[in-house]
Design a protein around this ligand. Structure first.
Ligand SMILES: Cc1cc2nc3c(=O)[nH]c(=O)nc-3n(C[C@H](O)[C@H](O)[C@H](O)COP(=O)(O)OP(=O)(O)OC[C@H]3O[C@@H](n4cnc5c(N)ncnc54)[C@H](O)[C@@H]3O)c2cc1C
Length: 328
């Protein structure tokens, strides 16, 4: 990948929704795309969670579907479905667009109007993004127990943080840095006291921009430095705040601890990308185009519904690509 290449579409997730988006894009004449998946193959959820020989139904969970786009499948076994998809991707010549074993935490629009996606050591820039990350993702959790009384104060994104809280962010990657300095910079969070905790004494895993910003706030004292020590356990104080016990024998009390240890849930992805969500954490979208509140950012497949299916994800892919093609 050329470092200053600007893609027309970055597709996050290579399940049925992401895979169909790649094919629909090709058929719409949009060739400059990239498909990223954290797993080692397309349709990974189906590889992993469907049992051997399972019949893959078109009308899943009793809901009848008509295919509305170009991508379809014949009802068959799990193994035959995967073969059909392998053949479809190969016959449309899009297999070289897929990048595997790469997890994406969010897609944010920059001032240049392009989306900037942290991608391994690089930042991918793209005009449009289709998020098709399904619902099976989970954030990584630390090894110690979360006592019940303080569970609501132990979070995996910033959505519950309130102004004035003492917040400790745990982690050493880009998300941890962006959470920590993001809170310091946020106008309506100016009374928060933010600490960054990372088990290593120095930042080694953030991209250069995030390293620079994080270190700037650590050096000017706006971000408290608790690096070089690990958390051993957390317990509830009498007034149900979080007492954090560190491996060097010290303890501190916080109102909230936010873990950014990798592994993203769909909710994290949406919140971190600035996508508006509803009561059940579902993204608010235009149902005809799948576009979110952020122009150029689309969500499709299981992320947008709790009654998802392969056919529905295929149809969503066609709605999103039709909209992108119409606007190109
Ligand atoms: C056991 C089971 C049986 C089912 N049987 C049927 C059936 O017979 N017929 C039917 O129509 N439907 C069935 N479904 C539902 C169907 O599988 C889903 O609706 C469909 O897979 C949704 O496609 P998707 O692309 O939205 O998400 P997914 O298939 O979940 O794909 C999401 C992809 O995104 C990747 N990803 C996630 N997070 C990230 C990230 N942060 N960065 C990069 N990549 C990421 C994942 O690795 C995955 O490959 C079944 C579901 C289950 C669990």
């Amino acid at each position: 990948m050329a470092s200053n290449e600007i893609f027309d579409i970055a597709i996050i997730g290579a399940g049925p929704g992401g895979m169909a988006s790649a094919i629909e894009a090709k058929l719409a004449g949009i060739h400059n795309i990239i498909v990223v998946d954290k797993a080692e193959t397309h349709n990974y959820m189906i590889h992993k969670f469907y049992k051997k020989g399972k019949r893959v139904d078109k009308d899943w969970m009793g809901i009848k579907f008509e295919f509305e786009g170009n991508v379809t499948f014949e009802e068959c076994s799990k193994e035959e479905y995967i073969q059909q998809m392998d053949d479809l991707l190969a016959s449309h010549g899009v297999l070289d667009k897929f990048v595997y074993n790469t997890e994406v935490a969010y897609a944010k629009k920059g001032e240049d109007g392009l989306f900037h996606i942290p991608f391994g050591q690089d930042i991918v820039k793209t005009k449009n993004v289709i998020v098709s990350v399904g619902r099976m993702g989970k954030p990584n959790k630390p090894g110690y127990k979360f006592p019940k009384a303080i569970k609501p104060r132990l979070n995996f994104n910033l959505s519950d943080v309130k102004n004035g809280e003492r917040v400790m962010v745990v982690g050493g990657g880009d998300t941890a840095g962006e959470y920590a300095y993001g809170l310091v910079e946020q106008d309506d969070m100016q009374d928060c006291v933010v600490t960054l905790n990372y088990r290593k004494p120095e930042i080694t895993r953030m991209n250069p921009v995030n390293t620079e910003l994080t270190m700037k706030y650590i050096n000017n004292g706006k971000l408290l430095n608790k690096m070089g020590v690990d958390v051993e356990s957390v317990e509830a104080t009498e007034d149900e705040l979080v007492k954090v016990n560190f491996t060097d024998g010290t303890s501190e009390v916080y109102d909230r601890v936010v873990y950014a240890l990798g592994g993203t849930s769909p909710k994290d992805f949406l919140v971190n990308s600035g996508i508006e969500t509803g009561k059940w954490d579902e993204p608010i979208i235009n149902e005809k185009t799948m576009e979110t509140n952020i122009p150029g950012l689309y969500t499709i497949g299981d992320v947008v519904t709790d009654q998802g299916s392969i056919a529905l994800a295929f149809n969503h892919a066609s709605f999103a690509i039709n909209d992108i093609a119409a606007k190109s």
